[in-house]
Design a protein around this ligand. Sequence first.
Ligand SMILES: [Zn+2]
Ligand SMILES: [Zn+2]
Length: 362
Amino acid sequence: MNERIETIKAFHECRNFGTADNLRTAQRNVAATYRSLSPNECSTLARFAVESGKGDILAHLACLQPGSLSGLHLELAASNLLYPPVIFHGTNQQATNLLIEQLGDGEAENVNLSLLALAWADNPTVQQAFHIWRTNPPWWCESLHIPPHEYADSAGWELTDNGERRGLILNECRPLVLHDHPDAVPGAIQINAPSTSSCQWCERRMTALFDFDLSNELLAFLGVEGSRLRIETCDVCTCYGVVFTQFDWVGGASCHPANVRPEYLPDDAGDWDFPKEDALVLSSKQRPITESADRNMPISFSQVGGHPSWEQDAEYPRCPSCHHKMVFIAQLSNEDYAAAEGIYYAFVCRDCRVAATHYQQT
Ligand SMILES: [Zn+2]
Ligand SMILES: [Zn+2]
């Protein structure tokens, strides 16, 4: 095996990087090494990972080199190597059929994992199966907490009432980077800008989590017409519940009447520091939408578009106006610019001009 592959294997075998700084450096290096692999090196590494059952290497290949596992899914399904589910992104017809057969025959070792794998396979056969199972729930559904078709949102889509696929993410992704990053583009987006309005529950001043300059062509993939999109929230209250706002396309934002006060709110909200303003800017370079699909990837997670990086279960809020699931638009990870954990997520319903934010941490 060559040096790049040896570097990657050594990273995954290392259990102690010494300091947090060393770990971050090793993560940055290994992510760059994964991105630099040639198709042949990807196949060699993927073969090694399948034979030694290394799900973490398969996940890194699936996220950082999307498409590099194509041709292996039948083998993965046959040997019940289903975790993490993102490795089934782009699964072919044969492997999809096998996963469905295993469920029907009672041969699926873990129904939950088989359904997550199918959600990531995300093809017309899966849509059809989810549609049939919604109408006629099979016997193996009894042990599940949610019906099979609701697994789709873990892979960024949903099954509509008439059995069609509706995407819940944008098919392009740009990371948010520090100002001194070589790809930094100032001006296209502002994060954590102070608002002039106050939170209806804790009276804290609101924060514009994201303020997008829609005239910037790097943001054309948001697919909206207008000059400015401002997503406001209360940085404290949204840690305990979803905060909805009504926006226009020229930078206006106001509280949505459907907001429900979270059951619990902290007494000491006044003592919380406001999140650091303008710490990150848009990158001029895109990255694959799958890079952020697994929270264990060695990357920074703040971004516009792409797959959300769930710290817990997938949670796409429903628009309080039309009741459809809202589309994920951006996320801000505290660890990218502050000594803190957790991720703020932002969603929009473009038709109703409603935005939502919430927060997760491990
Ligand atoms: Zn508040
Ligand atoms: Zn709506």
